[in-house]
Design a binder for this molecule. Structure first.
Ligand code: DAK
Length: 256
């Protein structure tokens, strides 16, 4: 088992723990992560998921290079599809998933981070898509998600340069949402998770769906999707509670 799970007050921390390989992902760990996230999604007692790496050096140092050494074309298709399945499970989660990037997020590790809804980084974090240095290209969605998050120019620079950038640079280009001192990362990430937990769970899920579906849609199709999702909120208990709480000058209680 390489995924440690801890649930406290509706926040689930999933920690990838394979420190002797800087948390590099092999097929077994990918499957384990996929299952762990699916279990969190169906657990009523979990509202936010935080994904991080064990130790103080790495979030995930990439796909396991030793596994890739033995791949033929068919094996590579399967490995790419498995990683892409995990990143889709993450991206499609109706519960927010925050990557707490506590060190190296390289190659497949960066791709898992960019599938998450938010990236909070420690000041010792480094991000890279170094696949071209290995004679590869990103295989778990890097060429598709990175341009959508940081723009085509920045993504191209990272993907064909293959170089590492530090947390501050990642923040500057919009790859990291926030940067914290290393020993504050989990505390600050949990603080933001608690902020999210104060908000309506169905409204959050619908917002994530609209944001995700905006990619690949024309603006007008995206706006229509938003109108549909927005209007469906009306008449629900959650929306009634949110609107009533504001008018009655009290905190909304969405989760009990
Ligand atoms: N895979 C396997 N082992 C890794 C690893 C990785 N990605 N990264 C680190 N390790 C292992 C090292 O081999 C070493 O193991 P031992 O030699 O002790 O057995 C241990 O972790 C500690 O690493 P170092 O001794 O190298 O530690 P340093 O502090 O000196 O350096 C480092 C840290 C992160 C700078 C360095 O380890 C490094 O450069 N690691 C490789 C990072 C990297 O290139 N990551 C991207 C991998 S490529 C696709 C599917 C997927 C992908 C692409 C295509 N298709 C199927 C189409 C994804 C590609 C990638 O992710």
């Amino acid at each position: 088992m390489h995924i440690n799970k801890k649930v406290i007050d509706q926040i689930c921390i999933l920690m990838i723990d394979r420190q002797d390989a800087l948390n590099a992902m092999n097929p077994d760990i990918l499957r384990e992560l996929d299952q762990a996230i699916k279990t969190c999604i169906s657990d009523q007692n979990i509202g936010v998921i935080i994904l991080t790496g064990a130790g103080d050096k790495a979030f995930i140092a990439g796909a396991d290079i030793k596994v890739m050494q033995d791949l033929d074309v068919k094996g590579a298709v399967n490995f790419a599809k498995l990683g892409q399945e995990v990143t889709m499970t993450i991206e499609d989660s109706p519960k927010p998933i925050i990557a707490a990037v506590n060190g190296f997020a390289l190659g497949g590790g960066c791709e898992i981070a960019i599938a998450c809804h938010l990236r909070f980084a420690s000041d010792n974090a480094f991000f890279a898509q170094p696949e071209v240095k290995l004679g590869l290209i990103p295989g778990w969605g890097g060429t598709q998600r990175l341009p959508r998050i940081i723009g085509k120019g920045n993504a191209t620079e990272l993907i064909i340069g293959g170089h590492m950038i530090n947390a501050q640079e990642a923040f500057r280009i919009g790859l990291a949402n926030k940067v914290f001192e290393q020993d504050k990362l989990m505390e600050e990430t949990k603080n933001f998770a608690n902020t999210i937990l104060g908000n309506g769970p169905d409204s959050i899920a619908e917002s994530l769906r609209c944001i995700n579906e905006s990619a690949g849609h024309s603006l007008i199709d995206g706006l229509n999707l938003e109108v549909e999702a927005f209007s469906k909120r009306f008449g629900t208990d959650e929306t009634n509670e949110g609107l009533d709480a504001f008018v009655e000058k009290r905190e909304a209680n969405f989760r009990n």
